[in-house]
Ligand binder design. Structure first.
Ligand code: ATP
Length: 285
């Protein structure tokens, strides 16, 4: 079966006063219908990898790659116009803070309708019905109210659900989620992850989940790439992470919460809220 995404020898370079800085150094990986985590500490090149796939690195940043292909189509060879139809339509991206992605002066429902109208020619009534369906699909209990809300009227978790709803409208094959839940508290984080996971599974999509949180990624993904200094230093099957060999990965594993008193409480909280174990996905707020 064809890969959803092929990345071969990707480099991202920034000219600086002290010479060229290589933020991403020869990264190669493939993505199938799976949940692929990219983990590493701040500055390791995770976000630049995600953005480069969508050709969202602004000059003077430079991207080179032997190949970046979505379902076999070479992204590097596409015109900017062709790229615009890849972004959102075939590859969607959810970022940390929905405040920067939603239009603050437009009602949430109208934004989803607009996303839908760009995707498929449809009547207004049809687009509204679809928008409501999407809000329900992300477990929003009161979609009418959310539909009429402005972004600032939503909590962080609700805002992130709305973003996910919007990203799913065009039925993309690939979702890139860059720290999508880092700004949320743990229980809300869990709900949002479950929703994203359900949609990705139902639609047979490929997910790239970018996070600094090895713990979260290993419970949420199928496979994990560990990045350090712009390179992939190790690739692991998520539930075999404890067998990881690379010293950096071992270091990340060792820095997971220890079971002293304060951390123990945290661990219990997380266990209660584990997205795989809970059945209740609560609705608005
Ligand atoms: N415009 C720029 N000029 C120079 N260096 C840059 C520029 N933008 C990003 N970088 C550098 O590229 C490196 C990789 O950044 P990237 O955002 O991919 O890291 P990250 O692993 O996602 O970390 P974080 O979790 O902090 O976002 C960082 O060291 C960053 O300082």
């Amino acid at each position: 079966m064809m890969n959803l995404l092929d990345v071969e020898n990707l480099w991202v370079k920034f000219p600086t006063r002290n010479g060229v800085f290589d933020a991403v150094r020869g990264v190669s990986f493939t993505l199938g219908q799976e949940r692929l985590g990219i983990v590493g500490e701040s500055g390791s090149g995770k976000s630049m990898t995600g953005r480069a796939i969508l050709r969202l690195i602004r000059p003077p940043g430079q991207v080179t790659a032997e190949r970046i292909a979505v379902e076999g189509d070479d992204i590097m060879a596409m015109s900017e116009k062709e790229m615009r139809s890849v972004r959102g339509q075939r590859i969607s991206m959810v970022m940390q803070d929905p405040k920067f992605s939603l239009n603050p002066v437009m009602r949430v429902g109208d934004q989803i309708v607009e996303a839908y109208a760009i995707h498929a020619k449809s009547t207004k009534a049809d687009a509204k019905r679809k928008a409501m369906e999407m809000l329900e699909a992300v477990s929003i209990r009161d979609p009418e109210r959310v539909y009429r809300s402005y972004p600032h009227e939503l909590s962080g978790g609700m805002g992130q659900r709305v973003m996910i709803a919007m990203m799913m409208v065009p039925d993309p094959r690939i979702l890139i989620a860059d720290e999508p839940t880092s700004a949320l508290d743990v229980s809300v984080q869990t709900q949002v992850l479950r929703i994203m996971d359900k949609l990705v599974q139902e639609r047979g999509m490929g997910l790239i989940f970018i996070s600094h949180d090895l713990n979260l990624v290993s419970s949420f993904c199928d496979r994990v790439l560990i990045m350090y200094g712009g390179r992939i230093v190790e690739t692991c099957v998520a539930d075999k992470l404890h067998e990881a060999q690379h010293p950096y990965t071992r270091g990340l594993l060792n820095s997971l919460p220890r079971l002293d008193v304060k951390q123990e409480r945290l661990a219990v909280l997380e266990r209660d809220a584990t997205w795989r174990d809970t059945d209740s996905v609560s609705g608005a707020r």
